[in-house]
Design a protein. Sequence first.
Length: 111
Amino acid sequence: MHDLSCRSLVELVSYHFDIDVDRLRPDTTFEELEMDSLALMELVVVIEGETGIRIPDDLVGIGPDATISEIADAVKRIGEGAVLPDGRVPHEGRAVPRADAAIQPGGARVE
């Protein structure tokens, strides 16, 4: 799998975190699922393993307030290589850092 649909993410979350699929909707936040930062890091590892797409450590938007559809869309865009001129991946008005952009000390981004 090189892509991540919302349905695929629902199945991954349900299976790996033993959450009833009926609780998982595209607009469900990870806060509603009571997933802490450690669980979200584990989710990133699971997504990377299932898709083969590297998720940047500094991905903006993977947090408790993110929805299932937001994460699925961000991963899809990273996999497609969609980037903005400043090296971020767009998602409905938000942007996440591009996977191959490096961050130097002080926050400067190097391509």
